[in-house]
Design a protein around this ligand. Sequence first.
Ligand code: ADP
Length: 424
Amino acid sequence: MGKGASYTILIVDDNCHNLFSLRTLIEEYIDAEVIEADCGEKALQKLFKFPVDLIILDIQMEGMDGFELASIIKQRKKTRDIPIVFLTASYINDEFKKRGFEAGAVDYLTKPIDEYQLINRINTYLKLIEKERTMNMLLEQKVQEQTRELRKAKEAAEQANEAKSMFLANISHELRTPLNILLSSTQILNLYLQNEGELDREKVRSKVNIQVQNCYRLLRLVNNLIDITKIDSGHFELNPTECNIIELVEDITLSVKEYVEDKGITLIFDTDCEEMIMNCDLDAIERIILNLLSNAVKFTPRGGSIFVSVKCTGEAVCISVKDTGIGICEDKYNMIFERFKQVDDLLTRKHEGSGIGLSLTKSLVEMHGGRIYVSSEYQKGSEFTVEFPRKPAQVEKGSYNHFLGKSGENVNQRIHIEFSDIYF
Ligand code: ADP
C-alpha cells in the first residue's frame, strides 16, 4: 500500500494465508494502508506505534483470542474509539456474535463472505470514519475560531482598560492647568487687596478676565467629558428637529464674527442655496460648527481668513470650514480625530486645548449618519468638511432658539465656552 493513503487498517489473524488474501483484497479496492499482526500481542504493539482507523480481527488465535484482544483495545484510552470488525470462519453462532458485540465490535462477519460484500462493509465504515473526521475538524476549527475571538475580546478589554487609565490621566492634567491658573490669579488678587494704597483696577480686571476664561475652559472640559461619557455608554440621544441647515450654519457663523475679527481674522460665509430642510439635533450642529470655527481661529494667525461654506447636492449637504492657518501634515489627518490627540505634543505646544473637541465632533457627525474629513497643506491652511445625508423630514418643525440653546447657557456663554482656549 502506497504512502499517503487516507486510512490505515490493521488486520489481525494467526493464519498467514488469511492475512495475505485479506491484504491483497483490501489493497486492490480500497485506498488504505494495511498493517498486519499475526497475534494479539503484536496487534497491541502495532496499535501503540501507528494511528489505526479500522481493525479487522480474527477470533480464534493462539494465545490471546480475538474477544480478549478486543476488550483490551476498548479499555485503552488511545485505542478505544477504533471500530473493530470481527471476521471469523469458525465462531459463527449467535452466542459468539453476542460476545463479539459485547467486546465492543461494530460488526461481526462470518465466512464464507463474498469479496464484494466485505469490501462494501469496509467502505461503509471508512465513510463513517471520514464523516467523523470532518466533524472533528469542523469542531476543531470552531473551537479555534472561538478561542481567537475570546483572545481578541480579551485584548480589546485590556486596551479599553488602558485607554480608560490614559483618559483619566489626561483629564486630570487638563483639569489641573486651568485650576492652577485660577488659584495663582486668586492669590495675586489677594495680594492686591492686602497692599495698602489705591487698587489698580486695570490689573484687577485683567486677573478677573483670566479667571473667567479659565472657568469657561473648565466648563468646556466638563461639558465635553459629560458628552463623551454619554456617547461611550450609549446614553447620548440626539434630539432631531426639522430645520433649515443653511440658516442655522449662517447664524452660528455670524454669532462668532465679532470674536474672530477681534483676533484680526476675516470671517466669510458663503452658500450656493438658500434653503435645505433636514432633520438634525440643533445643539449638536452648533457644537460641531463652533468646534471647527474655534479650531480655525486658534490655528490661524492674525491677518488670516476663515471661509465657511455650505453646498447642497440632491442627497447631501456639505459644510466646510476653511482657514489660512498653520495647516496639518497629511500623516496626522486621522490622528487628530482621536481622543486627546493633538499635532503638537504637551511640551512643545503653542496652543491650549485638550484634544477632545474633534473626537466629540466626529461622534456627533457620525450620529447624524454623516462623515467628517480634513484636507490641508502644511503652513498654508486647513479645510474641514462635514457631510450630512439629507434625510427626509419626519419630525415636527422644532422651535430651536439659537440664542438660548437647550443647555440653558445663552449663546454668548456657549461661544465663550467653545472659544475658551483662545486668548484675546
Ligand atoms: P483641541 O481642543 O486641542 O483643539 P481638537 O480635538 O479640537 O482639540 O483638535 C485636535 C488637534 O487637531 C489640535 O490640537 C490641532 O493640533 C489639530 N487641529 C484641529 N483643527 C485645526 C486647524 N484648523 N488647523 C490646524 N490644526 C488643527
